[in-house]
Structures are given as C-alpha cells and as structure tokens.
Design a protein around this ligand. Structure first.
Ligand SMILES: Cc1cc2nc3c(=O)[nH]c(=O)nc-3n(C[C@H](O)[C@H](O)[C@H](O)COP(=O)(O)O)c2cc1C
Length: 385
C-alpha cells in the first residue's frame, strides 16, 4: 500500500495549471477517497487508458482531495502439524494472501508442553485415543500471539485423531488463549486421511461454545483410494515411511497437486477480505470444491465413534496414558480394532451399497448437509485455479 496519488500537473484548456490528479488505472486496491470539503468533480479523459477525476475544493481552492487507507484486515492462522503435512497445506493456502496490501497475516503455531512422538511407537499411538475421543485437553505451551488483539478472521487448521480434533488442537480450544475466538468468524482447514465428519461436528460445537462463528470449512484428504489408506496412513505414522510400495499401494498423505491447489482458497479470500463485513454470515469459499462428503462413509464414522467412546470410557477408568493395566487392555483393543477394520467397515460399506437404492436420497441429503457451510460445488474453480 505504498503508491500515492499521481501528482503530475498539467495545463488545462484555458492554460491554467491543472489540479493534482489521480490516474484511475493505477489506483491501489484498498484505498478510498475521502472528500473533506464541498467540491466540484470533473471527469477528464487524456487518452484511451488515462482517465482522471478532477476535484476542485470550492472552499479554499486548494487540493480538497485526500487518499486514506482502509485499516488492514487482520487474519490469524492457528495451526499444528506433526509431520509437516498440514503446515504445507497452510503455506499453500496463505501464499496468495501474504504481502498483499490491506491484509495482515499473523501465523501462530501451537504446541503441547510434551510433544507427541513421530513416528509413533504402536502402543503410544493407540494410547492417545481415549483422550482424543473425549477431548481431554493436554497442557499447552504459551501461544506466540496476543489473544486480546483484534482479528477480522481466524483460520484454524487441524488434523483428525481418532475421529476427533487432534489433541494439540483440543488443548488450544480449552486453553485461555482460545478467548481470541470470541465473536470471530472462523474458517476451519482440515488435513487428514479421510474420516473427518465427526471431528468437525465436535469442533463446531466447541467453536460455538467459545462464541465463534464457523464461516467456512475446507478439507484436504489423502489422495490414495480409501482401501489403501487403511494401510498406507498407519504405515506412515508408525514407521515414518510415506512412499508407494509393493506396486499396489500408492504413497501416503495428501497429494502434492492437491496441496498446491489449496492456493485457490487463499486467492478467493484475498479478493473477499477487503470488503469483509464486521460480522460476516455468508461463506467466502463456496464454489471452490472446499469439501466432498462420500455418503458411504457416514455410517462407518458413526459406528466407529460409538465404539471409540465405549472403549475409551473403559480405558480412561484404568488410569492416565502409560498406566501398565491400560496398556494391557490396549493390546486387546488393538485386536478388536483390527477385526473391526477388516469386518465392520467392509460390512457397512456392503450394506450401504445394498441399501443404496432405498437410502440414496436420504444419504445424499445428509452428505450435502455435512458439506456445509462451504459445499462441494466447484463453479468458481476455473477463476481461481
Ligand atoms: C493418533 C492419530 C490418529 C489419527 N486418526 C485419524 C482419523 O480418525 N481420521 C483421519 O482421517 N485421519 C486420522 N489420522 C491422520 C491425521 O489426521 C493426519 O492426516 C496425519 O497425522 C498427518 O498430519 P500432520 O499434519 O499432523 O502431520 C490420525 C493420525 C494420528 C497421528
């Protein structure tokens, strides 16, 4: 926001020195005219691309023209990432917004006091599920932003752990710093394997308890087919190995192309932010394919979450993470989970397939509902991709 009004002077038809003028083709975005006195306004054309507005101050014949900058829109971006995947998504999303006149981006990475391991030892991985599901917050390190500062919009980027918001994000939502969300419009940005519906419902509930307004939801999921991610994602998280293997399994995680294309959301936001009202109600990221709900997975998530809550209650009753008896029960739980994944998930998928002709309309309607507020429509993608 550094350009100034063009102060070149010209002689008008009567030979009088012209008033300072503004070249409209170079008028910087986000600036507005404030006319401070009664004026005479005249439109002048000096050529095909050079049109000027001449403003004569009728009170003191001086330059009754002043350029003012609108206050910059302040965007707070809160994120956490273990492997760096979600950080890459956030970077791609924010790239079009950074360095833009009239937009200030404040990035805040959050962290628990005791970091979670990566790659995960097998039992440590399972041991976080009861607290994840019951959203028991871990203690968090102090945040590096001022929770009482003014922000026009908050982006909360998170990943899913056991069909729930990851524990560091739960920790933040229950910390004193979460007061920053009060009264704010929030865009949630999810990067996960592909089961995020329950997590988003839980997070949306907490956001509303904190007085925030969920404006948009953007979801990026692992690019491989769902059957393969049951193998590739745990392999990545438990060993750190992400690449394709055995010729049938693709690489784990969100594809590079999908991450790159997340820039479309930043571009759309860049265009929407300057005119963001104080209390925006309408989503800003519609028409960009922000989410896509597969109706076949709605039932699997519901069943999975019920079972997580049941086992989670038992495990929490046995003591905090790391308690020896809890670890023994966890081994049984691991066997149960393997049986669930091998049997219940395909059975519910098969049932969904058989019942599809009868349930199609209801499931599709449920999917469209779960895609709100941003939706799966892609009619603005051509403009921003
Ligand atoms: C403990 C744990 C549980 C997870 N559970 C789920 C899940 O229920 N659904 C899902 O889609 N992804 C799940 N994931 C994958 C994450 O959402 C995410 O894609 C992955 O951990 C990489 O995120 P990062 O940016 O933190 O590295 C889980 C990951 C971890 C570590």
């Amino acid at each position: 926001m550094t350009r100034r009004a063009d102060e070149s002077r010209r002689r008008d038809a009567d030979g009088r020195e012209d008033l300072p003028s503004l070249r409209l083709s170079t008028w910087p975005k986000g600036w507005s005219l404030a006319i401070m006195a009664p004026v005479h306004v005249q439109w002048l054309s000096y050529g095909r691309n050079d049109h000027r507005l001449k403003v004569r101050n009728l009170v003191n014949a001086g330059n009754g023209l002043m350029a003012t900058s609108r206050a910059a829109k302040r965007l707070l971006v809160i994120h956490y990432s273990q492997t760096g995947q979600l950080t890459r998504v956030v970077d791609a999303f924010l790239a079009p917004l950074k360095g833009q006149a009239g937009i200030e981006v404040v990035e805040a990475s959050i962290a628990p006091c005791v970091p979670y391991p990566f790659p995960w030892p097998f039992l440590d991985f399972l041991d976080v599920f009861p607290e994840s599901v019951y959203m028991d917050p871990p203690e968090m390190a102090p945040v590096d932003f001022d929770p009482d500062a003014h922000f026009d919009l908050v982006i909360l980027a998170y990943q899913v752990w056991f069909l729930s918001p990851s524990l560091p994000v739960t920790g933040f939502l229950h910390s004193a710093a979460a007061r920053v969300l009060k009264g704010k419009p929030v865009i949630t940005l999810i990067g996960c394997r592909n089961m995020w519906l329950t997590a988003q419902a839980k997070l949306a509930e907490v956001l509303s308890e904190r007085g925030a307004h969920l404006l948009d939801n953007v979801v990026l999921v692992d690019s491989g087919p769902a059957w393969s991610t049951f193998v590739t994602t745990p392999r990545w998280l438990l060993t750190g190995r992400k690449g394709p293997f055995w010729k049938i399994f693709p690489g784990a995680g969100i594809g590079d192309g999908d991450i790159r294309d997340a820039a479309r959301f930043g571009k759309a936001l860049r265009d929407a932010l300057p005119s963001l009202p104080a209390r925006p109600q309408d989503p800003l990221l519609r028409g960009l394919g922000a989410v896509c709900v597969d109706p076949r997975y709605i039932a699997s998530e519901r069943i999975g979450h019920r079972s997580f809550r049941l086992w989670g209650r038992v495990l929490r009753a046995l003591g905090p993470p790391g308690t020896p008896l809890r670890r023994v029960v966890l081994v049984f739980y691991a066997l149960f989970l393997a049986v669930m994944i091998i049997t219940i998930v395909p059975i519910t998928l098969l049932l969904a397939l058989l019942l599809r002709p009868f349930l199609r309309n209801r499931l599709n309607a449920a999917a469209r509902r779960l895609e709100q507020p941003s939706g799966s429509n892609r009619d603005r993608c051509a403009q921003y991709l």
